[in-house]
Design a protein around this ligand. Structure first.
Ligand code: DGY
Length: 338
């Protein structure tokens, strides 16, 4: 019998499937606004809560964690957890869960779409028609771009999403190069991928797609020095996190025509400021952080993030625990609320 229902703060209205499941077991407070709650709002709403279901737009720091002495679990509706102070959570015995796996295909699809879109200048063509600038019909030199079929794709980070991108690229008979913290012979075999040092990958690839998490090591991994190593006709794709690329260096490189283009879904500041330099460029395709934005995927993220949270409160292993070291600080059995 549940004596006190767990009390949970949910920082955005997530798809119904998760909210209904959560409210059948817990008392929930949901932030209803179209914009994310600010730090102050999270601070006041987290008080007295057993669990937090948050988004990548919420900065979850020590101050927030300390605001509820009862906080047991932070479940993020995302695969990336760079918005959460993980070491602080672990120190405090707070379980942090996330949603990898379910968004792999959606994100790999978008990375591939950005690659083709930038290479074939699809948004420029679309804009051309909508602005009534398509004069004279078909033309031998209108909107010439780059081909994708048979080209070389360099994947930085051959995890779930990077591997799913490699699978798609094999249908386009692309040569697949990869760089990863750890080399994996089994993945090389399975995906027909060749390992390269970062420097060689940058030099040899026609397309480069980023699939590493944002950490201290990957912050500005792609900067002026690295961009200069890329081919002049190369295209950079980023569906991971904006801060992995030095955005100012990327804009300078694109303005100088040192690489051909870019397809970017994530930015160093989101939403992109009105006066951002990158949105003024012709040779980029931009999307507003929509890698996982399919109905199917967001429903799955909703369900998994809720199930992760409920599992912890039931004293069971969650599906995706990001900080397993926390178990040494606080056992699941000591958390069990129902
Ligand atoms: C994530 O989950 O980290 C993606 O960036 C958005 O779904």
């Amino acid at each position: 019998m549940v004596l006190n229902k767990p009390s949970i703060y949910v920082t955005r209205k997530i798809p119904k499937i998760g909210l209904e499941l959560l409210s059948s077991h817990c008392d929930i407070t949901v932030h209803e606004g179209a914009e994310p709650p600010d730090h102050k709002k999270i601070l006041s709403n987290i008080q007295g809560k057993d669990g937090l279901l948050c988004m990548l737009t919420d900065k979850i720091d020590a101050e927030i964690m300390n605001a509820s002495r009862k906080l047991k679990v932070i479940s993020s509706f995302s695969v990336g957890v760079d918005h959460i102070d993980i070491s602080q959570a672990t120190k405090m015995g707070i379980y942090v869960t996330h949603t990898p796996g379910v968004l792999t295909n959606a994100t790999a699809d978008l990375a591939f779409a950005l690659m083709i879109s930038a290479a074939r200048r699809i948004p420029e063509g679309d804009e051309n028609i909508r602005n009534n600038n398509w004069k004279g019909g078909w033309s031998p030199d209108m909107l010439l771009g780059e081909g994708v079929y048979g080209k070389t794709l360099g994947i930085i980070g051959l995890g779930r999403i990077g591997s799913a991108l490699a699978e798609r690229a094999s249908g386009f008979k692309m040569k697949i190069l990869y760089n990863n913290r750890k080399r994996s012979r089994s993945k090389e075999k399975k995906l027909n991928a060749e390992y390269r040092s970062l420097e060689d990958l940058l030099k040899e690839s026609d397309f480069i797609s980023l699939h590493v998490p944002l950490t201290v090591e990957t912050h500005h991994l792609i900067d002026n020095q690295k961009l200069k190593k890329m081919k002049r006709n190369a295209i950079l794709v980023n569906t991971s996190r904006g801060q992995i690329v030095d955005e100012n260096d990327l804009v300078d490189t694109l303005e100088e025509g040192l690489i051909s283009g870019a397809g970017i879904d994530v930015f160093s500041s989101e939403p992109l400021p009105r006066d951002s330099r990158i949105s003024k460029l012709k040779n980029v395709v931009l999307t507003p952080h929509i890698g996982s934005a399919t109905h199917h995927t967001r429903n799955l993220m909703s369900e998994i993030s809720v199930r992760n949270l409920l599992k912890v409160l039931k004293g069971e292993n969650p599906f995706y625990l990001f900080n397993p070291e926390v178990m040494k600080v606080k056992s699941l059995s000591s958390i069990k609320m129902f």
